[in-house]
Design a protein around this ligand. Structure first.
Ligand SMILES: NC(=O)c1ccc[n+]([C@@H]2O[C@H](COP(=O)([O-])OP(=O)(O)OC[C@H]3O[C@@H](n4cnc5c(N)ncnc54)[C@H](OP(=O)(O)O)[C@@H]3O)[C@@H](O)[C@H]2O)c1
Length: 351
């Protein structure tokens, strides 16, 4: 890979991430077309369902400059005709000389793009910085393809001693403005925001995406309350008309995720509380955790997660820290569960 191609791949990942939350059930793909001299000729990202794929958008922006150039894409261009035509054919028609791909197409339906490009005499490289792309914007869609469920991001705000509310139940606000604004940006990348009935009753959250001035965003994720005993009061803010809401009676997290998957949800933000989060963790259904830690102590109040059925340190559920970000006075941790390790297995087997 050349330096311009490496930069283009990083940019393509960024472009994919910029449309996360608007493409489901389709993947959030990013594409950059480099002209023959290595300069950027066009950029694109997946448009909402029914709209153009990333490569087609980038090719349109590049126009004639694509001829003899290189297309850099986070996902292998498709070879099938869905709501849009095959991207492989669009790349051939545009006359690109080379295509660089991060993630090979995992579905049989759309596979064959790389072969079709090669058959047309185009140089194709697949698997470039694949892990980075899979951990990024393609994660939700890949989770759907591989596990037939949405990706789950668990978000929680806690004090230094791991409390998510005070003893009197008050929890506004544990973190400062910057961290709370980050939560709204995170919600915007998701198709659904989920809370348990305990949180819905105690905090009465609205669960909408708002900008820095408190205005509702145009696109709102589905709000979901898991309320098996019908405890949600009629006047709850989550039932207002600011966004669609689903009150689910799903018996367990897997049933809830199946229900959401059927509604084309591919990325879920699990916003607690501790009891529902524990149920997801015990079921091995958390793919990423975003933890906001505030430099405060409460000494009492609910812990950030409920009972996980763990009694020994050897069985602790462990995570890999992939990012530490200061946010005003608070800190954001991005954590990935260390799946299929001994500790993880023992938790799953014991649950
Ligand atoms: N700081 C933060 O980030 C944060 C975030 C959220 C909440 N909180 C705090 O957390 C506290 C509420 O805690 P909580 O544990 O009561 O809230 P919760 O986890 O939101 O709600 C618990 C309830 O969820 C329902 N539920 C639905 N499906 C479930 C399942 N599969 N497994 C277990 N429960 C399920 C159960 O009621 P049913 O049986 O009736 O369905 C259960 O009683 C509040 O003080 C709130 O302020 C803090």
């Amino acid at each position: 890979m050349t330096d311009p191609e490496r930069r283009a791949m990083a940019r393509a990942r960024w472009l994919g991430a910029s449309v996360l939350g608007t493409t489901s059930p389709n993947p959030a793909v990013g594409a950059v077309v480099l002209a023959a001299d290595g300069t950027v000729a066009g950029e694109g990202a997946t448009q909402p369902p029914g709209g153009a794929h990333a490569e087609v958008w980038a090719l349109a922006a590049a126009g004639e400059r694509a001829r003899g150039g290189t297309a850099v894409v986070t996902l292998e261009p498709c070879a099938h005709t869905g709501r849009t035509g095959p991207c492989a054919d669009a790349l051939i028609a545009a006359g690109v000389a080379r295509v660089v791909v991060a993630v090979p197409e995992p579905t049989e339906l759309a596979a064959g793009g790389a072969d079709r490009l090669r058959a047309a005499g185009i140089d194709v490289e697949v698997g470039v910085e694949q892990d980075e792309a899979e951990l990024g914007a393609l994660g939700p869609w890949l989770t759907g393809v591989r596990e037939h469920r949405p990706q789950v991001v668990w978000k929680v705000a806690a004090t230094l001693d791991g409390r998510v509310a005070a003893a009197d139940g008050s929890s506004r606000w544990i973190t400062g403005e910057q961290a709370r604004a980050a939560v709204h940006r995170l919600r915007a990348t998701c198709d659904a925001v989920v809370v348990g009935s305990g949180t819905a009753v105690t905090d009465d959250p609205q669960l909408t995406v708002r900008d820095a001035d408190g205005r509702d965003a145009e696109r709102q994720p589905l709000r979901v309350v898991v309320d098996r005993r019908g405890r949600l009061p009629e006047g709850a803010r989550v039932l207002d008309d600011a966004a669609p809401t689903l009150v689910s009676r799903a018996a367990d997290p897997a049933e809830l995720l199946a229900e959401l998957y059927d509604r084309d949800v591919r990325r879920v933000l699990l916003e607690g509380g501790p009891t529902l989060a524990a149920a997801f963790l015990r079921a091995g259904l958390v793919d990423e955790a975003v933890v906001h830690l505030a430099p405060k102590l409460l000494g009492a109040g609910p812990a950030l997660v409920g009972d996980l059925g763990i009694s020994s340190i050897a069985d602790a559920l462990s995570f890999e820290t992939v990012e530490i970000l200061p946010m005003g006075g608070d800190v954001q941790l991005r954590l990935l569960p260390t799946r299929h390790t001994g500790a993880r297995q023992s938790v799953l087997e014991g649950s």
